[in-house]
Design a protein around this ligand. Structure first.
Ligand SMILES: [Fe+2]
Ligand SMILES: [Fe+2]
Length: 173
């Protein structure tokens, strides 16, 4: 059974994963409208994955005797004007999510909820992969040059690891 503090922390994470999905959907739409089709596709898939993360948390909270809370979300801002700026924003957001997951793990240890701590390891592994993937994309963007996005846009989908692969080991437990 989840204690109320851990339930609250997990519900806050439900909201953050939902917002991640919304943010990447907004970015996908921006890229699509600007004719950057590969980047748009990458972001649409990323948005779907974030929704899966949200659902994973919802199911766990409910399964452990808590109650998942679905909140309203603020509209994502789209301040960027270049693809580079946009992926910088993705990396910043993923680092924020990693820090948030780490905080919940620390809270689980403090409150001796070792079941949830163990369960959260999937998210810890997933965040390692998310940050590494976006860093690779930014490296590739630097190599291809911001003024020549043709190859970058054509190849970006091939840089995706299959969903869940990174965390497959943790999930098999
Ligand atoms: Fe996520
Ligand atoms: Fe993510």
């Amino acid at each position: 059974m989840l204690n109320k503090n851990i339930e609250g922390a997990l519900n806050a994470q439900v909201e953050k994963e939902a917002y991640s999905s919304l943010l990447y959907l907004a970015m996908a739409s921006w890229a699509e409208v600007n004719g950057i089709a590969g980047v748009a596709q990458w972001l649409y898939v990323q948005s779907d994955e974030e929704r899966q993360h949200m659902l994973k948390l919802v199911k766990y909270i409910n399964e452990r005797g808590g109650q998942a809370v679905i909140t309203g979300l603020k509209q994502p801002g789209l301040e960027f004007t270049t693809v580079k700026q946009m992926f910088d924003a993705v990396l910043t957001h993923e680092r924020f999510i990693s820090a948030s997951i780490n905080d919940i793990v620390a809270q689980c240890i403090a409150e001796k909820d070792f079941t949830t701590q163990h369960w959260l390891q999937w998210f810890v592994n997933e965040q390692i992969e998310e940050e590494a993937n976006v860093t690779k994309i930014l490296d590739k963007l630097k190599l291809s040059g911001e003024n020549n996005l043709y190859l970058f846009d054509r190849d970006i989908m091939s840089m995706r690891t299959a969903p869940g692969n990174a965390a497959a080991g943790a999930e098999a437990q």
